[in-house]
Ligand binder design. Structure first.
Ligand SMILES: O=P(O)(O)OC[C@H]1O[C@](O)(COP(=O)(O)O)[C@@H](O)[C@@H]1O
Ligand SMILES: [Mg+2]
Ligand SMILES: [Mg+2]
Length: 289
């Protein structure tokens, strides 16, 4: 099943066709390099390699005006004006959860297609989604029409769910950061959730969010005492994941409002990230108010 907008379909098809190559290319690239990404984090060889592979291919698509990635300081100008009709800006986290590479646990690739020049509000997204490198390589794509899940094999994508919807009854939760570093009000909320749901935290946003999409519940990487802006990046992680979960019938929040309403100051802004069932996010915002 293709996406109706031809430029968005080219972006999605490029990422899905590259996924098998990226998965294979992780072998032999599990080490770290003596470089940091714009967020000041040590890069894995695979971070840089996946970014170069995706950057070259996505920047070459007619209708992609800008390419930006968690691994690059600057936005790549791809020629077309992203605010012109039928021209978009693509923001990518080439390898999400790369700290899981060493331990051979799940990782992902996250993308957002913005109908605005970057950095942009999530409300300007026209599509977003992710590839999950799990036992099976799957891809979730959200547009303003629906959320679709595919299995990827040999460069092709096969629909496995045409209407991904958050289950009404929450089952799992996962919260990042260290408990002593959680602000008291979040700790209070976490205690309540811990008494109601099952812990599922795998250290890769994509794997943890896919648990929430599959079973219902909530994932959060909260504001920390040591880092009030949280760890995850708005353009490359918060907005795309917030868009997917909201399109799947759930909610997103930075603790006070939908992630998609957050006004970015800079391309690599971090934000607290919370996604999941409506009432869980409502309780979170009430607790943090
Ligand atoms: O290692 P921590 O503090 O649990 O953080 C895990 C979080 O960091 C991340 O790995 C950050 O993503 P990157 O690996 O793309 O930098 C998220 O995927 C995950 O949710
Ligand atoms: Mg990431
Ligand atoms: Mg990453």
């Amino acid at each position: 099943m293709t996406v109706s907008d031809p430029v968005v379909e080219s972006v999605v098809a490029t990422i899905s066709r590259s996924a098998t190559e990226i998965r294979q290319g992780l072998i032999g690239r599990r080490g770290t390099v003596d470089e940091e990404n714009p967020s000041g984090e040590t890069q894995a060889e695979a971070d840089i390699w996946a970014d170069e592979l995706l950057g070259d291919r996505l920047a070459a698509i007619d209708g992609v005006g800008q390419y930006a990635s968690e691994e690059r300081t600057e936005i790549v100008d791809c020629g077309a004006d992203p605010s012109a009709a039928e021209s978009y800006a693509v923001a990518v986290d080439p390898l999400d959860g790369s700290s899981n590479l060493k331990s051979n646990n799940t990782m992902g690739t996250i993308f957002g297609v913005y109908d605005a020049a970057l950095p942009a509000r999530g409300e300007t997204l026209v599509a977003a989604g992710f590839v999950l490198y799990g036992p099976i390589t799957t891809m979730v794509i959200a547009t303003d029409e629906t959320v679709t899940e595919y299995e990827l094999s040999g460069g092709e994508r096969t629909v496995v769910d045409r209407d991904v919807t958050l289950p009404a009854e929450p089952v799992v939760y996962g919260f990042g950061g260290r408990v002593p570093d959680w602000p008291v009000d979040f700790r209070e909320y976490a205690r309540e959730i811990e008494s109601e749901l099952k812990l599922r935290y795998g250290g890769a946003l994509i794997g943890d969010v896919n648990q929430v999409l599959t079973y219902g519940g909530t994932f959060g990487y909260p504001a920390l005492e040591s880092r009030p802006e949280g760890k995850l990046r708005l353009q490359f992680e918060g907005n795309p994941i917030g868009y997917v979960v909201e399109q799947a019938g759930g909610r997103s929040s930075d603790g006070t409002q939908s992630l998609l309403a957050v006004d970015p100051d800079a391309l690599h802004d971090r934000t607290p990230v919370h996604v999941g069932n409506d009432d869980l996010i409502e309780r979170l915002e009430a607790t943090l108010a």
